[in-house]
Write a protein of this length. Structure first.
Lengths: 251, 109
């Protein structure tokens, strides 16, 4: 290792060899390249959604049901009769995503998905705090924040499972959609499912890293860079959710 | 195999923790603004409403990438390698939405 210290750190020598021209390790650079390719995959899915969405008429303004009002058991049928849920019209997201666990029968538009968004943002913060603790070689703090990140990811997956179950019970699937065009439900399940798979693999990676931290693997290695690499992936999953949230729930 | 590796990396600033929490508050406020705007503009179907939501999404993305993903502190060259190819996505969006407009016009209900 002593020979690297004698090499020039002059800017002119950036591409002269003997050091990384981008001041980044091979593994982290490859993680960035992977994330770029994954960003293209998600963009193609979201652009496909945009295409289909643009070929349908926009939803009618909802003047029937107000927030916090009572939801009847035949809500979907009522909306179908009122012309809000018809196959030629894209449904308004506030009428589709209006349920909340343990608060059955109350119209709470977008409240549950907001909670999911907050959970994911918060788990992103604990992840970056774990990375920051890793720079200081503070093993106990890395452990603590990694654990919180894993809990946040698992909580998000639980929320998504609940939301999916709710929609499937109402009759939504890849071939069927009680809320309007079939493509709406199909795209929703494909895109949130693809994102959920990313969250699931992120949680599994986080668990592996957590076990390694506990077993002193990175302490012996002298750096916590693996936490950074998995952190990059985890933040990317959060980043994708920002756009999934914008396109599926807000627009 | 008890060797210590020396990694090349760019250093984080001294106030990193403060920057992390500031970014968290920005993301929190922007998400609340998103939901508030959704209900305030519920009856509007203007294209500008969609542009506004996409813009807010891009602001959130900028904060996540620059602070959480450490891109602000990396070499500019690395940032260009990763971010410039994203411009192709803009072309894809333009292409898809133009085509979608024609499909909408030719759709028979």
């Amino acid at each position: 290792m002593s020979n690297t210290a004698t090499l020039s750190t002059d800017n002119k020598q950036t591409w002269g060899g003997g050091k990384s021209p981008l001041s980044i390790s091979y593994g982290k650079l490859m993680m960035w390249v992977f994330l770029l390719s994954d960003a293209f995959t998600f963009s193609s899915l979201l652009v496909a959604y945009g295409f289909v969405r643009f070929t349908f008429t926009t939803s009618l303004p909802n003047e029937i049901v107000k927030p916090f009002s009572h939801l009847s058991h035949t809500f979907t049928e009522e909306m179908q009769k009122a012309g809000m849920f018809v196959t030629e019209r894209w449904p308004s997201p506030e009428l589709v995503f209006n349920h909340f666990p343990f608060l059955h029968g109350i119209h709470l538009p977008l409240m549950f998905v907001s909670l999911m968004t907050f959970i994911l943002i918060f788990s992103s913060v604990t992840m970056v705090l774990a990375v920051e603790a890793g720079h200081r070689m503070a093993k106990k703090e890395v452990e603590k924040y990694m654990l919180w990140t894993i809990i946040g990811g698992a909580a998000f997956l639980g929320c998504q499972a609940w939301e999916w179950t709710n929609l499937i019970t109402e009759g939504a699937s890849l071939q069927n959609n009680p809320f309007g065009p079939t493509a709406f439900a199909a795209l929703f399940f494909i895109v949130t499912g693809f994102h959920g798979t990313h969250v699931l693999s992120g949680v599994i990676l986080n668990i592996i890293i957590y076990i390694n931290v506990v077993n002193d693997t990175y302490e012996k290695r002298g750096h916590y860079e693996m936490v950074e690499k998995v952190g990059l992936y985890w933040h990317f999953v959060d980043l994708v959710w920002v756009f999934v949230f914008t396109f599926f729930y807000l627009i | 195999m008890d060797h210590i590796e020396h990694l090349e990396h760019t250093e984080s600033p001294a106030n990193m923790k403060k920057q992390i929490w500031n970014t968290f508050y920005v993301l929190l406020v922007l998400t609340v603004v998103d939901i508030a705007l959704y209900f305030a503009l519920l009856s509007s179907h203007s294209i500008y409403k969609n542009i506004l939501f996409v813009f807010l999404g891009l602001v959130k993305a900028f904060y996540i990438v620059s602070v959480f993903m450490h891109m602000k502190f990396e070499r500019k060259f690395l940032a260009s390698i990763i971010i410039l190819p994203m411009l192709f996505i803009c072309f894809l969006i333009w292409l898809a939405l133009t085509e979608a407009g024609y499909t909408f016009d030719s759709r028979l209900f």
